[in-house]
Write a new protein. Structure first.
Length: 151
């Protein structure tokens, strides 16, 4: 699979999310500096890092493994967001839920492509991964190149 990890929509979304998490965690109490704040930051950075590292591997099977790790880190982050909200640390960041949900769908769509089975869920790939594309919807055979393309 050719191209740079920087061209992947999943990587771009994960970097944006990590930056937002860094900003949001600055408002957490100082007592959480080495607790929840640190864990949220590490999990957010881990999502983007795993996508990048996986893209640099030599096989699609290895790439898929790192995408699973990225998805796991995203689930950790979602859990930590819930805990921070329950503790009253996060207010007015409801878009975090939308961003994590979109990123999860994007990673899952990319996993479908990397595993070689985009035809099993083309409606999700077209809707979630290609929604910002200015080009016509691709055929199933063209999905892999569109998932990797820059928006």
């Amino acid at each position: 699979m050719a191209g740079s990890y920087k061209e992947l929509r999943a990587w771009k979304q994960s970097v944006e999310l990590a930056i937002q998490i860094y900003r949001v965690t600055q408002t957490l109490p100082r007592t959480e500096l080495y607790g929840l704040s640190s864990q949220m930051r590490r999990a957010a950075v881990s999502v983007a890092s795993n996508i990048a590292e996986g893209k640099g591997r030599s096989t699609d099977k290895e790439f898929a493994l790192f995408l699973y790790h990225a998805r796991g880190s995203l689930l950790e982050l979602e859990t930590q967001i819930v805990i921070a909200r329950e503790l009253g640390y996060l207010q007015a960041v409801d878009d975090l839920d939308a961003k994590t949900e979109l990123l999860a769908k994007t990673i899952n769509a990319l996993l479908n492509v990397v595993r070689g089975d985009p035809a099993t869920r083309p409606e999700i790939i077209r809707k979630e991964v290609l929604s910002n594309s200015k080009q016509a919807e691709p055929s199933n055979g063209d999905v892999k190149s569109k998932v990797l393309a820059t928006s």
